[in-house]
Design a protein around this ligand. Structure first.
Ligand code: ADP
Ligand code: XUL
Length: 530
C-alpha cells in the first residue's frame, strides 16, 4: 500500500500560532493552535503584543514565537501525528514585522542540537528581543524621509506598490538603525516574520518571498528586486542584511536535521518559501478574478486578485503569491477583531451570543445612526477615536448599547465597501464575497457584510485560510517540480466554497444613502483626527 502524504501549513499570526495538515486529497486531517496570551502567559502579552507607553510602538517577543513552535510540535507529536509522512511544509507570518538575527547565528542555526527545545537553543540569537510588528505606527518621520528620497509618495507607490506606511518594514528598519545603531551593526540578517519562521525549519536563513517582500516599501514590485534607492534611504548595508528575494512557490531546501531527529520528519521533507498571512489567505481562499476576500482576523483586510495594478496613495499592491505575473490589491483596517471584542465587552455581557442578539434586534441601516470606532490610529483611513452621528447628522456622545453594536459592524463594512470602490472595485451581479478569519464564524456579522455589499458571502470549511493556503502551497511547491502544474490545478481537489448568507431584500435601498453619508462623515472624522 502506498504511504500517506501530508502537507503542513503554519501561520505565525498576531495572537496565535496555528497549524493545519492536509492529506494528498487536500482534506484537513489535523488542525491546532497555540494562543500566545493564554498558552504562554510567561511572556505577558496582550493580544500577542506589547503596546509601549507612547501607544504608537507595538512589539512582540521573538522567543514567544519560537516557544509556540516548540509547543505546537510537541502537541502534534503527543497526539500521534506521523511527521515522517510530511512531504513538504510551508507557512505564513503576520506581515511587515521584522526579526533581527545576531552576528554568528547562521552557524548555530545550521547545527541545532535535537536534544533541546528551539527557544532554549536560540535564546541569545537576536540583537532585538522584541520585534516591531504591523500594529506599530511610530515611524512617521522615517516614512516622510523615504518618500522624499524617491521623489514623493506616488513615486514610491509606483516602485513598491504602496506609499510609505508606518508599519512597512523598511521604515521600521530605518527607525532601528537611527535609534539603536549598535543593534543594527550587530545584526547579521533581518527577516520578516514569515522568512524568520521558514529559517527555523530550514536551519539556515530563508530568503524573503516576493509577495510578503512587497510589504516593506523596499521591493521593486515589477522587477522583483530590491530597490537600491529605497534601501539607501533606510539604512546602510541593508541589501546584505536582507539576503535575496525568491518566488513565493520556491522550494528552499530540505527540513533541518533538527526536525528529523527530534520529531521524526523525513529527511526528504521540503520547506517551501513562507509568505505573508494575507497572501497565504489568497491561496487558501482559492480566490478567482472578480471575487473579493474579506478577512476578519486581528486586523480586517480586504483583498483582490488583479492583473493590471495601478498603485495609488491608498491601499497596497503586492506581488501575487500564486501566479508570479499577477498581483493582489489589499486594504488593511487595524481596528478589526479587537475593536469588536471591546464593544462586545462594553455593550453586552462579553459573549458573542449577546453581541449577535443585538445585531438581530436592530434593523439594517440602524435608523440612520452611523459610527466610527478607531480605538487605535486606523490605517484605512488615517483617523482615530470614536465618532457617532445620529439620523439628523448631529454628532452625539453615545448610542443605546444595541445601536452601538450595529453601528460598529455596519460602519466597519461600509468603510470596506467605500475604500474598495475607491480602488476601482465594482460589485457585479456575479460578485462573491469570500469571508475568512476568526469572526467569519459569526453568521450575524456576515449577514451585515452581505447586506452592506449587497452580495452573497461564502466561506470555506476552516476560518484559518492562511494556514490552509500554506498547506496547499507546500503541496504545489513540491508537485510543480514533477509537473508544471499551477496552484489552481493542484487545488482542484479542495472542497468547494459554501454559500452562507445572501443579502436581505431591499438592503441595497437602505445602504445606498447610508454609504453616501458614511463617506461624508468619514471626511469630517479624518479632519478632526488630524
Ligand atoms: P489572527 O490570525 O490575526 O490571530 P484570527 O483570524 O484567528 O486572528 O481571529 C481571531 C479573532 O477572531 C479574535 O480576536 C476574536 O475576536 C475573533 N472571533 C473568534 N470567534 C468569533 C465569533 N464567534 N464572533 C466574532 N469574532 C470572533
Ligand atoms: C496587512 C497587515 C495585517 C497583518 C496581520 O498589511 O498589516 O493584516 O498582516 O495580519
Amino acid at each position: 500500500m502506498a504511504s500517506a502524504a501530508y502537507y503542513l501549513g503554519f501561520d505565525f499570526s498576531t495572537q496565535q500560532l496555528k497549524v493545519i495538515a492536509v492529506n494528498e486529497h487536500l482534506q484537513v486531517v489535523y488542525e491546532d493552535n497555540v494562543h500566545f496570551d493564554k498558552d504562554l502567559p510567561e511572556f505577558g502579552t496582550q493580544g500577542g503584543v506589547y503596546v509601549q507607553s507612547d501607544k504608537l510602538t507595538v512589539i512582540s517577543p521573538v522567543l514567544m514565537w519560537i516557544k509556540a513552535l516548540d509547543v505546537i510540535l510537541d502537541k502534534m507529536k503527543s497526539s500521534g501525528f506521523n511527521f515522517s509522512e510530511v512531504k513538504a511544509l510551508s507557512g505564513a507570518g503576520q506581515q511587515h514585522g521584522s526579526v533581527y538575527w545576531k552576528e554568528g547565528t547562521r552557524e548555530l542555526l545550521q547545527n541545532l542540537s535535537a536534544a533541546r527545545p528551539l527557544h532554549k537553543l536560540l535564546e541569545s540569537c537576536f540583537s532585538l528581543q522584541d520585534s516591531p510588528i504591523w500594529m506599530d505606527s511610530s515611524t512617521t518621520a522615517e516614512c516622510r524621509y523615504l518618500e522624499e528620497a524617491v521623489g514623493g509618495a506616488q513615486e514610491l507607490a509606483k516602485l513598491t506598490g504602496s506609499r510609505a506606511y508606518e508599519r512597512f518594514t523598511g521604515n521600521q528598519i530605518a527607525k532601528v538603525y537611527k535609534q539603536k545603531p549598535e543593534v543594527y551593526t550587530q545584526t547579521e540578517r533581518i527577516s520578516l516574520v514569515s522568512s524568520f519562521a521558514a529559517s527555523l525549519f530550514l536551519g539556515d536563513y530563508a530568503p524573503i518571498d516576493y509577495s510578503d517582500g512587497s510589504g516593506m516599501n523596499l521591493l521593486h514590485i515589477y522587477e522583483k528586486m530590491w530597490s537600491g534607492k529605497c534601501l539607501d534611504a533606510c539604512a546602510p548595508g541593508l541589501k546584505e542584511k536582507l539576503g535575496s528575494v525568491v518566488p513565493s512557490s520556491s522550494i528552499l531546501g530540505p527540513v533541518s536535521t533538527y526536525y528529523v531527529h527530534r520529531f521524526g520528519f523525513s529527511p526528504g521533507c521540503k520547506v517551501v518559501a513562507f509568505t505573508g498571512d494575507n497572501p497565504a489567505s489568497l491561496a487558501g481562499m482559492r480566490l478567482k478574478e472578480g471575487d473579493i476576500a474579506v478577512s476578519l482576523g486581528t486586523s480586517d483586510t480586504l483583498f483582490l486578485w488583479i492583473q493590471e495594478p495601478t498603485p495609488a496613495l491608498e491601499g497596497h499592491i503586492f506581488c501575487n503569491p500564486v501566479q508570479p505575473h499577477d498581483y493582489m490589491a489589499l486594504l488593511c483596517f487595524k481596528n478589526g477583531s479587537l475593536m469588536r471584542e471591546k464593544i462586545r465587552d462594553d455593550c453586552s455581557t462579553g459573549s458573542w451570543d449577546d453581541f449577535c442578539k443585538a445585531l438581530r434586534s436592530t434593523s439594517p441601516g440602524n435608523n440612520g445612526n452611523i459610527g466610527f470606532y478607531f480605538e487605535v490610529m486606523e490605517i484605512t483611513p488615517q483617523a482615530v477615536g470614536v465618532h457617532r452621528f445620529n439620523a439628523d447628522n448631529q454628532k452625539v456622545s453615545e448610542f443605546p448599547k444595541d445601536v452601538e453594536i450595529r453601528a460598529l459592524v455596519e460602519g466597519q463594512f461600509m468603510a470596506k465597501r467605500i475604500h474598495a470602490e475607491r480602488l476601482g472595485y465594482r460589485i457585479m451581479p456575479q460578485t462573491r464575497i469570500l469571508a475568512t478569519g476568526g469572526a467569519s464564524r459569526n453568521l450575524d456579522i456576515l449577514q451585515v457584510l452581505s447586506d452592506v455589499f449587497n452580495a452573497p458571502v461564502y466561506t470555506i470549511a476552516t476560518a484559518n485560510s492562511a494556514c490552509l493556503g500554506c498547506a496547499y502551497r507546500a503541496a504545489h511547491g513540491l508537485l510543480k517540480e514533477a509537473s508544471a502544474s499551477s496552484l489552481t490545478d493542484v487545488i482542484k481537489l479542495a472542497e468547494e466554497h459554501k454559500l452562507v448568507v445572501t443579502p436581505r431584500t431591499g438592503a441595497d435601498k437602505i445602504y445606498e444613502p447610508l454609504l453616501k453619508r458614511y463617506a461624508e462623515f468619514e471626511s469630517v472624522v479624518i479632519r478632526e483626527s488630524n
